[in-house]
Design a protein around this ligand. Structure first.
Ligand code: SAH
Length: 510
C-alpha cells in the first residue's frame, strides 16, 4: 500500500481568492479532507467528487469534536494510504493547533507538509485599510489570543507587558471577552484614546468594521452587535482606514445575494457580484450529471458528419457532448463541416475550449431568440439539425426549427435533478440570516427553487429577500409560480443583471 501523507493547509480568512496556489492544488487532488467551520463553500467545492469529506468543526448546539479525535482521524486516514488535507482557517500555525497536530503526526510516524495561509490579522488589516506596520510610527506587531484554554487557571498572556506605543495589537478570539480584555489593557496603562478597529468577517462580502477608541470600544461594539469571528486591532494605525479603506467602498459591499446554481459548478454571476464587494450565497438547487442516451448516441455519431448544424443550449451540453464525442472519435475533424450555434456567450466560450468556433450566437440568450436567429440564416429548409440538450430542455427550439422545415434530432447528454439542501451550508445561511435579494437567471432555476421551497423557509428574524430576474421569460415563470418580480434586467444578460442590482442595492442608491 502506498504511504499516506497529511497536509496541514491554511485556507486563509475566508475569501476564496486568498487561497494559495499550493492549497488549491492539494484540495483538487486529495483523497480525504478534514475541515473546520468557517471554510467557504467555494473552497470545499474544489475537491473531487470522490474525496471523503470529514467535518470536525462546531456541531449544532456548540459541541466541538475533541482535538484527540481529530488527530487520530488524521493518522488513521494516512495509514489507509490516503493523501489527506487538514484544512484550517487562516494559517495553521497561528492559533490553529497546527503545531499539536504536526507533533502528533511525527510521533506516529506519519509524513506531513505544512502550507501557510493568510492569517486573519493580515486579512483584516488589508481589507480594512489598517497597515500592521508603518515606517515612522509603527514597528511592532503582536498577535494575541483573547481566549485561552479555559482549563488553565493562570493566563499566559501578560497584558501588562504588551507594547503600548508604536505597535499594532491584533487580538484573535476576543469578542466574547472584550470587556475583560479592554479592562486589562486600560489597567496596564494603555492610553484610553488609543484607536481600535474591530473587523468582523474580514475579507468576505459580509465584512463589517467598527472603528472606535480604547475607552469606548466596549460600548461601541455592543451597539454595533459585534460578533465572532472578528479581529480587534489596537494601535495608532487603527485610524488609517479613514484614509485608505477600499473594500468597504465597493458598491455592493455588505449586501448579500442568493444565486441559484447547479451543484459543483462555479457561477459567473457570483464572481461578478463578488467583484463588486457583495456576499453571494450559491444555492446548489440542482445537480447535473452526465447522462447520455446510448441508443441516440450510436445513431447520432454514426451520421455525425451529415448534420448541417449542431445547436448547443447550455455549457453543460457542450461539455458532456464533447466528452461523449471523444469517447467515440479521436479527432475533432470527425465532426465534419457542420455549423455550430450556441444559445449565449457562456455556451460559446465552453465550445471555444475545444478549439472550435461558434458560427451563431443570438442577441438574447434564450431558446426563442436562438430559433429566430437560426431561421434568419435561411439555411434550415431540408437541413439536418442536432440539438444537444438535457432532460429538461424546452421544446420551443425544436418546434420553431421544424416549422422552418429543418429535420431535427434531439440528443440528451445530461440529466438535471434536485439537490439535497437540508445540510447545505449556503441553504443554512439563507434560512437563518435571509438575504437582500435572490436572483433568478433561468426558468429552471425558478422551478427548482419553488420545488425546494420547504427546505428554504426563513427562520424568524431573517432578512426577507427581494427578487431579481434576468428577463421576461424568467419573470413569467416566477409569476406563474406565484412569486413577484421586484426587479428585472433591461436586457437578458449577466452584465445588465448586475447593472440593475447595483442600481437597486448599490451604495450609490441609498
Ligand atoms: N488560524 C486562524 C485563527 C484561528 S482562531 C488564523 O490564522 O487566522 C479563530 C479566530 O480567528 C477568530 O476568533 C477570529 O478572531 C479570527 N478570525 C478567523 N477568521 C476571521 C475573519 N474572517 N475575520 C475576522 N476574524 C477572523
Amino acid at each position: 500500500m502506498p504511504e499516506g501523507i497529511v497536509r496541514l493547509v491554511g485556507a486563509g480568512p475566508g475569501n476564496p481568492g486568498l487561497l494559495t496556489i499550493r492549497a488549491k492544488e492539494l484540495l483538487e487532488s486529495c483523497h480525504a479532507l478534514v475541515f473546520d467551520s468557517l471554510i467557504h463553500p467555494a473552497v470545499l467545492a474544489l475537491v473531487s467528487p470522490d474525496c471523503e469529506l470529514i467535518y470536525v468543526g462546531k456541531k449544532s448546539g456548540g459541541l466541538t469534536v475533541h482535538q484527540e479525535t481529530i488527530q487520530r482521524t488524521l493518522v488513521e486516514k494516512a495509514k489507509e494510504g490516503k493523501e489527506v488535507v487538514r484544512l484550517k482557517g487562516g494559517d495553521p500555525f497561528v492559533f490553529g493547533r497546527g503545531g499539536e497536530e504536526a507533533l502528533f503526526l511525527r510521533e506516529n510516524g506519519i509524513a506531513f507538509e505544512v502550507v501557510p495561509g493568510v492569517t486573519a490579522a493580515s486579512g483584516a488589516a488589508a481589507f480594512s485599510g489598517t497597515p500592521l506596520t508603518q515606517r515612522k510610527s509603527n514597528s511592532t506587531v503582536v498577535f494575541v489570543t483573547g481566549h485561552e484554554d479555559p482549563e488553565k487557571d493562570t493566563s499566559m498572556v501578560d497584558w501588562k507587558q504588551l507594547p503600548k506605543e508604536n505597535s499594532s495589537l491584533c487580538i484573535y478570539m476576543g469578542v466574547g471577552n472584550l470587556s475583560r480584555i479592554i479592562g486589562e489593557l486600560l489597567e496596564a496603562d494603555f492610553d484610553p484614546n488609543t484607536p481600535v478597529v474591530c473587523v468582523e468577517w474580514a475579507t468576505l462580502g459580509r465584512q463589517r468594521v467598527c472603528r472606535s477608541r480604547l475607552n469606548m470600544v466596549v460600548d461601541d461594539a455592543k451597539g454595533f452587535c459585534l460578533n465572532s469571528p472578528a479581529v480587534i486591532m489596537v494601535g495608532g494605525n487603527a485610524t488609517m482606514g479613514e484614509k485608505i479603506s477600499w473594500f468597504e467602498d465597493q458598491p455592493l459591499q455588505g449586501r448579500r445575494f442568493v444565486v441559484t446554481r447547479s451543484k459543483g459548478q462555479a457561477s459567473e454571476l457570483s464572481e461578478m457580484l463578488e467583484r463588486q464587494g457583495a456576499e453571494v450565497l450559491g444555492l446548489p438547487l440542482i445537480s447535473i450529471s452526465k447522462h447520455v442516451d446510448e441508443e441516440t448516441r450510436t445513431d447520432v455519431f454514426a451520421e455525425i458528419a451529415s448534420y448541417d448544424w449542431i445547436v448547443f443550449s447550455s455549457p453543460n451540453g457542450v461539455r458532456y457532448f464533447f466528452d461523449a464525442f471523444f469517447e467515440t472519435f479521436d479527432d475533432i475533424r470527425s465532426l465534419g463541416f457542420l455549423r455550430i450555434a450556441a444559445v449565449g456567450k457562456a455556451t460559446a466560450s465552453e465550445i471555444k475550449k475545444y478549439y472550435v468556433t461558434t458560427d451563431l450566437i443570438p442577441k438574447e440568450a434564450n431558446a426563442e431568440s436562438l430559433a429566430e436567429a437560426l431561421v434568419e440564416t435561411e439555411s434550415l429548409d431540408s437541413s439536418k439539425v442536432l440539438i444537444v440538450t438535457g432532460n429538461l430542455g424546452r421544446d420551443v427550439l425544436r418546434s420553431k426549427l421544424e416549422e422552418a422545415r429543418a429535420i431535427v434530432d434531439r440528443f440528451e447528454v445530461y440529466r438535471t435533478e434536485p439537490a439535497n439542501l437540508s445540510d447545505d451550508p449556503a441553504a443554512k445561511e439563507l434560512r437563518s440570516q435571509g438575504a437582500d435579494a435572490i436572483i433568478f437567471t433561468s426558468s429552471s432555476g425558478v422551478k427548482s427553487f419553488v420545488d425546494q421551497a420547504k427546505d428554504l423557509a426563513l427562520e424568524e428574524g431573517a432578512n426577507r429577500p427581494k427578487t431579481v430576474s434576468i428577463g421576461p421569460i424568467t419573470s413569467a415563470t416566477m409569476s406563474k409560480s406565484g412569486m413577484p418580480t421586484d426587479f428585472e434586467a433591461k436586457e437578458a444578460s449577466l452584465d445588465s443583471l448586475v447593472e440593475v442590482i447595483k442600481q437597486e442595492f448599490g451604495k450609490a442608491s441609498q
